[in-house]
Write a protein that binds this ligand. Structure first.
Ligand SMILES: [Zn+2]
Length: 437
């Protein structure tokens, strides 16, 4: 056959790109995460990686094309793939060390190549646990998360869909570093983009956009805060002009205040948020990203670490208990005041005996124990997290036009939300990633 311009054009029109046979997923139960209703005997028809139709199995299966692949999940409960709203896939820190020690020592001990492979490994383990989308917010070296996102999208490595922030924008010296740590300059420069003044803040956002960032992460937490409202406002303004969002690391009251006044899109952590700040967040539509995993995971893991003395362990556990109580309280108040809540793991540790995905999903139990109902936990990890990402039209629900990202669990997650930690079946973009058979 000889190709001409017009025969090629005709081929392109008649042969849909990536058109494999359609897939029909037969779901014994399907959780509609918006309404919180478990629907029995549902069919999900998938074409070209996206949901084409959802409805009662009898009516959907009556209309499917002949060559359709059928996946039988009649014994299970199907729900949308999970979303981690605050991930650090290119980090695997050590519980023995403090934050800055981790950032310097662990990072310094890894070549950029090894770190990229660590990211690939964490991405795969995250996906296999049923997390089909993550928003990666820094700690990736020189834009390693952006490279990882592209590698996943190009099919080089398996992993979740990734929104990548690239380097965090910070005041001089990076985030959580000891004072005068000038020897750490190179690591700090690769890990962070220090900004100085509103003009430079705008420049930093433009650089991030050029480098391929999907969002901006800005660090407001040092005490007293060194970035001004004016600088953060410049970040927000420039990011919004570039059609991307701004996530602000803010735990303390002054940091949260700067973020809220500058109009960021999400407050990450928000531990010390006052009622007035939560009300302002509600008014402005600012998300609270509840990263409450480590309050739970830290004592669990630190108790297995041998080179802490009993006194150190006891002290650490006491401090964490205080943080945990504070976090639970702010989550309760945020919920009551109607603040939008999305779940984020903030998982940046290596946990012996658990994959990255398994360690991340301990977050489910943490949020449950802090008083969220099962459906609230599920929404914080599906439809509401999708809204945080600005991806409501792509992920977070199983409705026509969305990516066919879904998981299946054995039991009823509305009764026992820990079922989310035990996905038996995982599909991303219509492709089976993990199956019980
Ligand atoms: Zn974080």
């Amino acid at each position: 056959m000889r190709f001409t311009k017009s025969s090629l054009a005709a081929l392109l029109v008649t042969t849909p790109l990536l058109a494999g046979p359609p897939t029909l997923v037969k779901a014994g139960r399907l959780l509609d995460v918006r309404t919180g209703v478990l629907l029995e005997q549902q069919g999900i028809l998938i074409e070209e990686g996206k949901v084409k139709e959802v409805g009662p199995l009898a009516s959907v299966s009556g209309r499917v094309p002949k060559d359709t692949t059928v996946i039988d999940l009649l014994a299970r409960t199907v729900l949308p793939g999970l979303i981690d709203g605050h991930a650090h896939l290119l980090d695997a820190m050590n519980y023995r060390l403090r934050g800055w020690e981790n950032l310097l020592t662990t990072v310094a001990g890894m070549s950029p190549g090894k770190r990229a492979l660590l990211g690939a490994s964490n991405a795969k383990e995250t996906l296999l646990a049923g997390i089909t989308t993550v928003r990666n917010v820094g700690h990736s070296g020189l834009n390693g998360d952006i490279a990882l996102r592209d590698a996943v999208n190009d099919g080089w490595v398996p992993g979740p869909r990734i929104q990548a922030s690239g380097r965090k924008l910070t005041p001089p010296g990076g985030q959580a570093m000891p004072n005068h740590s000038t020897f750490a300059g190179r690591i700090i420069d690769e890990e962070f983009r220090a900004i100085a003044g509103a003009d430079d803040a705008r420049r930093a956002v433009r650089e991030a956009l050029h480098e391929g960032a999907d969002l901006i992460k800005v660090v407001l937490n040092d005490d007293p805060p060194r970035l001004s409202v004016e600088e953060v406002r410049a970040v927000v303004d420039e990011a919004h002009r570039g059609k991307i969002r701004v996530a602000a690391h803010a735990e303390t009251q002054p940091a949260i205040q700067i973020g809220v006044e500058a109009g960021v899109d999400s407050i990450e952590h928000g531990d010390e948020a006052t009622d007035a700040q939560l009300r302002a967040m509600k008014e402005k539509g600012i998300f609270l990203v509840a990263t409450d995993l480590w309050h739970r995971a830290y004592p669990e893991n630190v108790n297995r670490i041998f080179n802490f003395t009993p006194d150190e362990k006891a002290e650490g556990t006491k401090v964490i208990a205080r943080y945990a109580a504070q976090a639970a309280d702010r989550l309760k108040r945020a919920r009551k005041l109607g603040v939008k809540i999305a779940a984020g793991s903030d998982n940046w540790f290596r946990v012996e005996g658990k994959t990255r995905g398994e360690a991340t999903l301990v977050l489910v139990d943490a949020l449950r124990d802090e008083g969220l109902s099962p459906i609230e936990v599920i929404r914080a990890m599906t439809c509401d997290a999708a809204e945080l990402l600005g991806w409501s039209d792509r992920v977070g629900v199983l409705e026509p036009g969305r990516f066919a990202d879904l998981i299946a669990v054995d039991g009823d997650p509305l009764r026992d939300v820990s079922e989310l930690r035990r996905a038996r079946f995982v599909m991303k973009g219509g492709e089976v990633v993990k199956a019980p058979w």
